[in-house]
Design a binder for this molecule. Structure first.
Ligand SMILES: [Zn+2]
Length: 467
């Protein structure tokens, strides 16, 4: 079996993965701030973490996975400026912050389920772990890593010579570039809040707690350090999140955790997914191109198509969401399911000796830093191959779907829109196009048109619709 190589943001290199303890992998993924409906871009980190977890399982590891829910303390700016997102949402909607948190946590979990993301072993909420966070801040204070300001307790980044290594931050340069906001009580721009005191001059906060420093609430970063160590121990194997977490949130998690636990590195592998951009096409909401899973379902797109769309790019690549791209993913997924259903019905068995060749290539793709587009290419080779029988294809697809989770196993023959004959013609035409046999491709297109099916060729495949 080949080695699993994973890209570690900390070293900016692919490294050979091995678990800290035997075959048991402990993994933490930063969860959502539950003040509104997560849009599709917000869901990418969890499909990526799920791909990672399923790959580890497929490679024979056991995985303990923790995802947190941020229901307090995340300000509108990651660097401690602005208001608490939860309190802001509560005030603008005239609802309780607790109700908002509960509602959006439930919706988030439902969205993950729709995307076939395995449920974490532990869900943990920041507001359920205030005592643990206070304990950590107390230790930081005892060790001399904090200072008190008028509005709270801050981590003194100048006390940590390694501060910013993850993000390759150069503090001196940064300090001259950044201004400290007039309202901030930080000594240095990189310093970050561990505990914020409830402001006395404005309306009373809905979420606040007693602490040794006064009534207030924890800063955003401390919750992840407190909860990951509680459920996974110290150090642990993998910490995931979006690239946007690198410069502030994860940098600060590392600083405070290494200061408290005296363990370096606190986390063995830091892994981050790339951004997902939205094009400014017609389906975007007026609020700046934000689309949720509900929105695409209303368009008749299934959540699995969004998973397919994400898997068709490498997790570290920046990807752009568009209506065309999601429709293409939906069409591809339907075709793939169709193939899977046909393979299941088949009792043809040829080339059993070829099975391990394909499985090996699928493994090569996955173990090369989770190269899911390459893995999907192997899947397509399998379904189109003439040296495998239906039974071999089916066995491989079921195995591969343990990682891809595209619902291939339960795929029915009832693919919407077109019947079996038309489907076969579409496939045949694609093969002709691949062979650059344009005359044959045109001939099939005309025949399909007579059957009332219009084809549209896109860079990522052919779509069809009823005329
Ligand atoms: Zn976090």
């Amino acid at each position: 079996m080949n080695e699993l190589q994973l890209y570690n943001t900390f070293t900016r290199k692919k490294e050979r993965f091995s678990a800290l303890e035997g075959r048991q992998v402990r993994m933490y993924s930063c969860g959502p701030t539950v003040y509104g409906h997560a849009h599709l871009g917000n869901m990418r980190p969890y499909v990526f973490a799920d791909l990672l977890r399923r790959t580890l399982l497929w490679c024979g590891y056991e995985v303990k996975h923790v995802i947190n829910i941020t229901d307090v303390g995340h300000l509108t700016d990651d660097a401690d400026a602005g208001e608490d997102k939860m309190e802001l949402a509560a005030r603008s909607l005239d609802l309780s912050a607790w109700d908002i948190a509960e509602k959006w946590t439930r919706v988030f979990k439902e969205d993950l389920e729709k995307l076939c993301v395995l449920e974490p072993h532990v869900w943990c909420k920041a507001t359920d772990h205030i005592a643990e966070q206070i304990d950590m801040i107390r230790i930081l204070e005892e060790k001399g890593f904090t200072y008190r300001a008028r509005d709270g307790v801050y981590f003194d980044t100048t006390r940590d010579p390694e501060y910013g290594t993850l993000a390759r931050l150069h503090l001196d340069a940064q300090q001259t570039q950044e201004r400290i906001e007039a309202s901030s009580h930080k000594r240095s721009p990189a310093d970050f809040a561990l505990w914020k005191l409830s402001p006395r001059e404005v309306a009373k906060r809905q979420m606040e707690w007693d602490s040794p420093w006064g009534v207030g609430f924890p800063g955003w970063h401390i919750e992840c350090s407190a909860m990951s160590s509680k459920y996974l121990g110290v150090p642990f194997d993998i910490h995931t999140g979006g690239v946007d977490h690198i410069p502030v949130h994860h940098t600060n998690e590392i600083a405070q955790s290494e200061a408290v636990f005296g363990v370096r590195p606190w986390v063995r592998f830091w892994m981050h997914n790339g951004w997902m951009m939205f094009d400014s096409g017609k389906m975007s909401k007026s609020g700046g191109g934000v689309v949720t899973l509900d929105d695409i379902e209303e368009m008749g797109i299934e959540p699995g198509a969004f998973r397919y769309f994400l898997l068709s790019a490498h997790y570290r690549q920046q990807i752009t969401y568009s209506q065309d791209a999601i429709e293409g993913a939906q069409a591809s997924l339907r075709r793939l399911r169709r193939h899977a259903a046909e393979a299941r019905e088949s009792d043809e068995s040829i080339g059993a000796e070829r099975v391990e060749t394909y499985r090996g290539r699928f493994r090569d793709a996955l173990t090369d830093d989770l190269n899911s587009p390459q893995a999907l290419a192997v899947v397509w080779e399998v379904v189109r191959s003439s040296d495998l029988g239906g039974r071999e294809k089916w066995a491989l697809l079921v195995d591969f779907d343990r990682v891809l989770a595209l619902g291939l196993e339960s795929a029915g023959l009832d693919v919407p829109d077109v019947d079996e004959d038309a489907m076969r013609l579409i496939e045949e035409r694609e093969a002709a196009r691949a062979d650059r046999d344009w005359a044959r491709a045109d001939e099939i297109r005309d025949r399909l048109l007579e059957m009332g099916i219009v084809l549209e060729d896109k860079p990522d495949g052919t779509r069809w619709r009823r005329a």
